[in-house]
Design a protein around this ligand. Structure first.
Ligand code: NDP
Length: 281
């Protein structure tokens, strides 16, 4: 039986992952059977079971299944356990092993592609969903000075911070208190607020200093509102989530095929068509 790979999500038709993994495969001389599989909430486990029975050995998982994927794994990487969320599944015998590659994907994009030194930076993380939970430990591991998490639902920011287990270095604050938080060298939008066509980011300018890099995990239309704010605030670097998308995919590819693909050519191809991209792994 041919080894099969897939991305599960709902919706998932817009996903760039099949294109990215096919490009990595042709670069490495590996024929990759990677498809997008739409599974509605409640159908994910059955769809994954059918996939495994049909030769499925590796899968990416995107909205809204990352927590369900976490729950069904028999083994997990330390970073997936800390994040409470899984975006990469690897079949081991009759069971699934889970990892989360979003955080390391973001760090690789910021450091290797954009040349940012994350060490010593005060970081503001907006959002406390699945991607924020993957990104937070990766940033702490990358040597940032302090992580402040702000979320619309404050309890989720508190939970994220509790899961980090670094009380002195990682803390949660209320969205309404943004004006009182001082300035940051890195501001990350890990919310999905920009998916609303009428979205506007009205963040205080006091958050920005002369070094601030503003990063949106979203790309395409969903990133327009936050990146517009960042440009108006004259942030030094303004970065969308396209590079992270390619880097998290490379990390998954490496785990499945035991070879690390080059990401720059794939990134450039996606960047050329970025204006027309809709967001989502
Ligand atoms: P989740 O659904 O898990 O979390 C959504 C987050 O956005 C929550 O913190 C939620 O707050 C917040 N939010 C939603 N609407 C609003 C709003 N109107 N105002 C303020 N906050 C809001 O999603 P993920 O964490 O998985 O993903 C977040 C975004 O990042 C998505 O748009 C996704 O496409 C993108 N992403 C990009 C990746 C890449 O590779 N580039 C990888 C992963 C994600 P609350 O808790 O209050 O509901």
């Amino acid at each position: 039986m041919t080894d099969r790979y897939a991305v599960f999500g709902h919706p998932v038709a817009h996903s760039r992952s099949p294109q990215i993994h096919a490009a990595f495969g042709s670069q490495e001389g590996i024929t990759v059977d990677y498809r997008a599989i739409d599974a509605a909430p409640g159908q994910f486990e059955d769809a994954l079971e059918a996939f495994a029975a049909d030769g499925g050995v590796g899968a990416n998982v995107t909205l809204p299944h990352k927590e369900a994927a976490f729950a069904l794994c028999t083994t997990l990487t330390a970073r997936a356990r800390r994040a409470g969320s899984v975006n990469t599944l690897l079949r081991k015998g009759e069971r699934w092993h889970g990892d989360t590659t979003d955080g390391i994907g973001l760090v690789r994009d910021l450091t290797d592609r954009h040349g940012l030194d994350l060490r010593g930076r005060r970081v503001l993380l907006l959002g406390a969903g699945g991607s924020a939970r993957s990104v937070a430990p990766a940033l702490l591991d990358a040597g940032i000075l302090e992580l402040v998490v702000v979320n619309r639902t404050p309890e989720r920011a508190d939970e994220l911070i509790d899961a980090m287990g670094e009380p002195g270095r990682a803390l949660s604050r209320y969205w309404d208190d943004l004006r009182e938080l001082g300035d940051f060298e890195l501001i990350i939008n890990a919310t999905s607020a920009g998916r609303d066509r009428d979205a506007e980011f009205k963040l205080p300018l006091s958050l920005v200093n002369s070094l601030t890099a503003a990063v949106d995990l979203n790309y395409g239309e969903a990133a327009i509102a936050f990146l517009a704010w960042a440009r108006a605030a004259e942030c030094r670097n303004v970065i969308d989530g396209l590079g992270m998308l390619v880097e998290q995919a490379a990390e998954s590819f490496q785990q499945w095929h035991e070879v690390r693909p080059q990401t720059d050519a794939v990134y450039q191809t996606l960047r050329t068509g970025a204006a027309s991209l809709s967001d989502g792994a």
